[in-house]
Design a protein around this ligand. Structure first.
Ligand SMILES: [Zn+2]
Ligand SMILES: [Zn+2]
Length: 279
């Protein structure tokens, strides 16, 4: 069976978030471990974390994912921003262990005019500083749309970061369908060609998670604008090809689509499950 869920909020507690996931037919999800725009992080209640872990286990969940805050940019030209990235991510990785979660999703960052090579070096420096001997989780580098000066808009850039990191065994990749499509990889029309290219450049064994989003803009537009499933340029047919692809279908999928309510996500999860069951 397909593993699918959506981005959820932990504001009412970790166990409650897991219950919300179950209530909408999800068996994976993603969340922020701190305010996505700021540096504030609530203390983790061990009983709440343990309750989440048992809900996930009882309900046969696929791995869940913590997403790094959007403000985290390890490639910034501003040393204060880089320092914040190191501080916030170090704290997040400690919290990951306390929550019993293994996967942490990171945007490689934006080089803001310093050039791709500098960006790649700075992201690798962050990972080399934080992926210490004691870290037992896996950091996923997210494929990006290549909007502005974003690093990660090509598979080669993701590979270049991995090549520079010492603890490669702690690294994976999260493929975002909207982002790769916007970056110019036509995953809607020919997922096989895109995944063959992914395998050639990065290696499919690194692929651990999929962000399943439709795209408001066309392939190669470099615009990171997510659309609801079937409401964008990837379309239901493209999404069907993606979720049925043999290299992807056993991975966890997370929706990051623009909806306000759990009811809307429940409907979209049901829609994707139907698409995955179609011939
Ligand atoms: Zn992301
Ligand atoms: Zn994403």
């Amino acid at each position: 069976m397909l593993h699918i869920g959506c981005h959820l909020s932990p504001s009412a507690g970790l166990a409650r978030m897991a219950e919300n996931a179950v209530s909408i037919g999800a068996d994976t999800f993603q969340f922020f471990a701190r305010n996505p725009r700021g540096s504030k992080a609530k203390a983790i209640d061990p009983a709440d974390a343990a309750a989440m872990a048992s809900r996930l286990r009882e309900n046969g969940f696929a791995p869940v994912l913590v997403h790094a805050p959007y403000t985290l940019n390890p490639c910034s030209a501003d040393p204060k921003v880089v320092e914040f990235a190191h501080m916030a991510m170090a704290d997040d990785l400690n919290r990951l262990a306390l929550m019993g979660v293994d996967l942490y999703n990171l945007h490689p960052g934006s080089h803001v005019g310093q050039g791709t090579d500098v960006g790649v070096e700075k992201t690798a420096a962050l990972l080399n500083a934080l992926l210490t001997e004691s870290f037992s989780g896996v950091v996923l580098l997210e494929t990006m749309a290549g909007q502005g000066s974003e690093i990660g808009g090509t598979f080669e850039q993701i590979r270049a970061i991995i090549d520079r990191v010492e603890r490669k065994d702690r690294l994976g990749v999260c493929l975002d369908t909207c982002h790769v499509f916007a970056a110019g990889y036509d995953i809607a029309a020919d997922p096989d060609a895109v995944l063959t290219e992914f395998d050639r450049v990065i290696g499919l064994e690194r692929l651990r998670y999929v962000h399943l989003n439709d795209s408001m803009f066309g392939c190669g537009n470099h615009k990171d604008r997510h659309a609801a499933i079937g409401a964008g340029m990837i379309g239901c047919e493209g999404i069907r090809r993606i979720v049925k692809h043999p290299a992807l279908r056993s991975l966890p999928f997370c929706l990051e689509t623009p909806h306000e309510s759990l009811a809307e996500y429940a409907e979209e999860i049901a829609l994707v499950r139907r698409l995955a069951d179609e011939d």
